[in-house]
Write a protein that binds this ligand. Structure first.
Ligand code: VTB
Length: 327
């Protein structure tokens, strides 16, 4: 089969596999600095590694979710052109090290993450907070509603899943701003898993409750992380709703510059990640879904999940790398 035959509607299938290398490299670089207490250094090496590998891909990519605005991020800034400059024009959302603090403390679920979509398909989100709710695949539309109370959403999910409310586990970022949310969820009798950071992983964990123990994600986290998580859910069939928190005129103006005219808009999964979407995440530290990088005697192992929206294929790739000069 030649390359042309491999191109179905949307993005080239081969890109799916190529993406794995991008997150693998970033994860290995970050993993070398696990548990060293230096978040910035771990992030920097992940950024460098991801950028280097990304520039080998046959794409004309534009970073739409990246390390920050051009003046605050020297690399992988929003608007940066990446890739070899030949191939399809794509939007890229990335986080070379999602959970810098988790990595610095060597706690679970730090990831290297990337999503690629057809040009114009990913929400161009400002770096503000986003209110989020997410559940995994297999549920009818309408089971969750960002405007309903936590109690209503949890009861609705328990009904749809056919379990008692007390059998539902909610994932929430452990932040003072979530005190009321946490009380409201506890009052229902549902369980909570409080996470220190890493809500991209938190949202993705809803896609496989048997493995992760998480049924629903609730709360406020970064909007860029929201778009990355939505890209993953688009690929697996989960449901997510998000609303940007634009609570100052300055934030409203910043969002408007990025094309967001309705500051109260609720974004559904497909509003944040449309068209053909590819997503890859490699574990940096051991997590609920992905194992962290392991450094063996003359080899390195990585564990990656790679997803594609058009086929809904979920691939897990456990790699044993022996060509260590590359890392
Ligand atoms: C989350 C989490 C990230 O930021 O989005 C969070 O996924 C939100 O911001 O890992 P606060 O830390 O201000 O609550 C991170 O923790 C760091 O980017």
């Amino acid at each position: 089969m030649n390359v042309a035959q491999n191109i179905v509607a949307g993005l080239d299938r081969i890109l799916t596999m190529e993406l794995v290398r991008v997150t693998e490299r970033a994860a290995v670089a970050a993993a070398r600095l696990r548990g060293r207490g230096d978040e910035k250094a771990a992030d920097q090496v992940a950024v460098d590694a991801m950028r280097q590998e990304l520039n080998r891909l046959s794409i004309r990519g534009t970073v739409v979710i990246g390390e920050g605005e051009r003046d605050e991020a020297p690399m992988l800034y929003i608007g940066e052109e990446v890739g070899s400059g030949k191939g399809p024009a794509v939007d890229i959302a990335l986080d070379p090290l999602e959970g810098t603090t988790i990595c610095a403390k060597n706690l679970p679920n730090a990831l290297a993450v990337i999503a690629i979509a057809e040009k114009g398909s990913l929400l161009f989100a400002p770096d503000v907070y986003m209110d989020k709710i997410a559940i995994g695949p297999g549920y009818a539309d309408g089971v969750i509603d960002i405007d309903a109370s936590p109690a209503e959403n949890i009861a609705s999910l328990a009904r749809a899943k056919g379990v008692a409310i007390s059998d539902i586990t909610t994932c929430i970022l452990d932040r003072p701003r979530h005190a009321k949310l946490i009380d409201a969820v506890r009052a229902t009798g549902a369980a909570i898993r409080l996470i220190g950071d890493g809500d991209v992983a938190g949202v993705i964990h809803t896609t496989d409750p048997e493995e992760t123990g998480i049924d629903i994600y609730l709360g406020t986290g970064g909007a860029p992380e929201g778009v990355l998580a939505a890209a993953a859910l688009r690929c697996t069939g989960g449901q997510m709703q998000g609303r940007l928190i634009l609570d100052t005129p300055e934030k409203v103006a910043r969002a408007a510059k990025m094309g967001i005219s309705n500051p109260k808009r609720v974004y559904r999964t497909e509003d944040m990640a449309r068209g053909d979407v590819l997503f890859a995440a490699t574990g940096v530290t051991d997590g609920n879904m992905l194992a962290g990088v392991k450094f063996g005697h003359n080899y390195i192992t990585t564990h990656t999940i790679v997803l594609r929206s058009s086929s809904r294929t979920v691939r897990e790739i456990k790699a044993r790398h022996q060509d260590l000069d590359k890392f």
